[in-house]
Each structure stands twice: as C-alpha cells, then as structure tokens.
Design a binder for this molecule. Sequence first.
Ligand code: SAM
Length: 333
Amino acid sequence: MNDKIKKQKFPEPKIIDKLNEYIYKTYIFRAGLELNIWDKVAKGWDTAEKIAANENWNLPGTQMLLDDLCSLKLLMKRDNRYHLVKEAKCYLLSDKPAYRGKFLIGEFLWEGNGLLAKSIRTGKRPIYYNATKDDVTDLWTEMYVTYLTDIDDFLKTYTQFWRKFAIEPHAGMQILDVACGPAPCSFALAVQDSNVKVTLIDWERILKTAVDFASKLGIEKQVKTKKGDLWITDFGQNQFDVAFLGNITHFFSPEKNIRLFKKAYKALNHGGTIVIDAVRHEYSLPRDPELWYYAHSKGGAAYDFEQYKNMLEEAGFTDVREVSKFPIKAVKL
Ligand SMILES: C[S@@+](CC[C@H](N)C(=O)[O-])C[C@H]1O[C@@H](n2cnc3c(N)ncnc32)[C@H](O)[C@@H]1O
C-alpha cells in the first residue's frame, strides 16, 4: 500500500453513510407510493405473487419492494404474508380521509427533480410549485384532514399557544386570521367564548374546509370569511384585536412581508397585536429545511428574529418580541 495512504487517518464517514442510507430508503418509499402498494395489500393481495400476477408486474422486483418496505416498517410480514401497519392504514390508503400519498409524491419533486443546484446558481425559483397559489390548495387540504381528526389535541396545543402571549378570549374580541388554513389557532380562542369573532382569509376551497371545521366545533356563527388572494383582499381598518399570520410569511420576500404587515397594521385597533408563527432561521429543523421554502416560493426564506423585527418596525409596529421559541408578537400603538 502507498505510504501516504497508510499514514493518513480518515474520519469515519458516519454522516455520509447515513445520508446514503436515506437516499435508498427514500426511493423505496417513492416506488411504494407510486405503485399504491398499501391499497393492493388492503385488497387482500398479500403476497408478491398475487400482486405481480394481478398487476402484471415483475415478480422479483415486487418481492424486493415488499420486503424493503417491511424493513422500513411500512409493511409487516407474518407467515409469508404482508400486512398493513397502523400508520399505513391511516395515511397510505388512497380511500382514507387522511391519505398523504399525493402530497408525499409531490414532496419527492420538491427540488424540481434535480433543479435545486441550478436554482441556487441562478436564483430562479420556484422550482416545483409556488405554495402561495390557488392551484395547490388540494395539497393543503390533504394535510388539513388531521386537524379534523385530532380536534382535542390541537385545541389543547393552541390554547396554550395563546396563553404564552397572555391573549385571552373576551367579549367582543375580533380576530383576523390571514392565510388561515383550517384556522386551528384562532378557533382555539373562539371555542372558549361565544362572543369572540373570527374573520378568515384564504383561498375559497380552503375556507370551505375551515368552515366545516368551525361547524364541527359549533362555532360557525362566530366566523366570517373573505375568500381570495390575500394581496387583493381588503383586511379592513381599525377593527381587530389580534391579527394572526400562521405559517405564511416564510413564503414571501421581505418587501412583500412589509406590505402584508402594513395591511395587518391598518386592520388592527390601536393596542392590537400581530402574532406571527413561521419557520425561523434560528430554529429551522432538518425535517423542515429552509431550502424547502426557498424552492416553493419566489422570494421566501426562514427569516431570523432581527429580520422580522426590522420588517415589523418598518410597517409601524412597536414592542416586537419573541414570545416562545417560534412565534413573534408586536403591537400597534
Ligand atoms: C402553510 S398553510 C398555513 C395555515 C395556517 N395559518 C396554519 O398555520 O396552520 C398556508 C396557507 O396560506 C394560504 N395562502 C397562501 N398564499 C395565499 C394567498 N396568496 N392568498 C390567500 N391565501 C394564501 C394557503 O392556501 C394555505 O392555507
């Protein structure tokens, strides 16, 4: 062996090997989703032979895929037959309300099928879909189903969320929820007091989900909707106590956020509070990387607290504070 190589000590490539493993696992999962494997097993086609014969697929390939999905714990094998695990029964069967398959197949393309490096070189984006457009609302609604199934859990979580801000429901309280989705956060206040009123802004199809959700909670009379593009919708003037912007500002450039904060400022009463919950640079998670927001928007980013403070102050807000790890609040004096 060459002397130089013998003396050189290589670091253990653990991190790289782990990522290599994820690459393999990810593509096995993708094949499983694209082939709707869980639907086949649910039909009772519980061997590779049955699936391959019914679908006219390659038998060794089918066998390998099923076994690899077992090693990922997305299927289970007993007595030479494949069975569904509980997560697959809930999220991977295409006829179930919480089916995530369509969304997840989309996620494999989040980097534009190999366009991320080019986009970083050129700055050209979005590279797959623009998350702030009306035509992706189906993807959001797929994700929102879990809110409808875990009502108690989310009410508990979001009740605590407001407590951290010392924002308590009270008679006559008016909340503006911009880009509301199914509006779990503002509904957590509305369910506590029938005098709390919520105005929701989002695309029309999303608002339908939110109103369904409000009916399930028995608060539909407290809810008003304004459908359409938040850049066009009039937020009103001096009429809200709280303006909530949840998981939306990381899709916009700083200039656009200042515009949005100015609209919220105008809509708030004096003494009113804006609350922003967003993926932040300081706390971006490997599961939720900043680049995802880069890829799915024209100018979005996971901004840090200082950047939010500057944007909010530029829009007129004062007393900008980070309340707990993620959310930020500021006041209209
Ligand atoms: C990530 S979801 C956040 C939902 C909710 N605020 C939450 O925190 O759970 C983003 C929402 O913003 C809405 N949205 C994005 N761009 C919009 C636009 N230009 N006009 C109206 N709604 C928009 C989407 O339809 C989606 O429901």
